[in-house]
Design a protein around this ligand. Sequence first.
Ligand code: PMP
Length: 407
Amino acid sequence: VTDADSDRYRQDFPCLQQEAHGKPLVYLDSAATSQKPRAVIDALSRFYETSYSNVHRGAHMLSERATEAYEGARSRVAQFIGAADSREIVFVRGATEAINLVAASYGRVNFGPGDEILLTEMEHHSNIVPWQLVAEQTGAVIKVVPISDDGELMMDRFDELLGERTKMVAVGHVSNALGTINPLKAIIEKAHAQGARVLVDGCQAAPRVPVDVTELGCDFYVFSGHKLYGPSGIGVLYGRQELLEAMPPYQGGGEMIQRVTFDHTTYAKVPQKFEAGTPNIAGPVGLHAAIDYVDGIGLEAIFEHERDLLAYATDAIRELPGVHLIGTAPEKAGILSFVLEGIHPHDIGTILDNQGIAVRTGHHCAQPVMDRFQVPATTRASFGLYNTRADVDAFIQGLQEVQDILG
Ligand code: PMP
């Protein structure tokens, strides 16, 4: 993907064809959520206009169409992330729900007092709090792999913390607060050698790094559709089939049962066992279209393009006085987190917004990372397939203006 390509791809995104405060909109907040290409918006409209119905139950034409679209999306997701079987794909609301599902269902039956859940200091709150909840219920203990000044996992500490009592390692693929890409293969191999399971939070990786769960060998992999140019309210839990089969249901209700009596209820096979109630029916259809769109460009190409933008932006921002980058690992994806000396991130965000530039400021749902670097918040610019070097130029110019006004 070249800059010229990205300029063309941007035309596919209606929401980016507008001004913000009278300036061309520069969207640098794709790590929070990405914009949607016309192909996704059209697929959703088309589905509602021609094929909408509830899934799995009806004998009628529309129900059959809807079920076909819903299950077709499941197969597409499986293929996209290299899962061996579409039954290993559970549709959920998002990464948050996926992690809660695994923590509650897998954790409650497999964790006991003194068992250890190994997390990292760079996890998003959604990969911390569900484990705290299940730890409270089971007596399991949470251990945390610290991060270095560069924002890398301290693998020697990981080796020390990983042990016979470790039942689960839950780790992000790409940090949303630092941009760091974690050495998953080594983590997974070492964890498995100790008999631990591994859940990967792939929220920030799915839209910007090629993912193959079979090659990785992880036990669970989760991500949200809305960061992958798809609709919000739909996400994916990948779980190895034998694990999903052995896990108890997370929620009870319609669709997840085989037979219900007041004496005894039996459950449906996976993945339906984990999809209680009427699901987000259209969400998977939009996600399917998003995956087709992204695959049409190629994740490898998107990854390289974002890396180019990151390098370009990193060089430029380092020229500004009083800049501290938060996260300087050599292996990084398209996320740039920083602080400007003496200026609150919130003020940076507001002044940039006045210039039409959208960035995120705050703790990015990673308060332990803020504590680690002793900052209350950072400003974060994050890239998508539609960003160009011109966007970075506007952003850097915007920061100069911030410093002129407040510096
Ligand atoms: N993990 C990471 C690394 C994230 O960036 C996010 C979203 N900010 C989440 C988990 C949670 O995703 P969601 O809110 O879509 O469930």
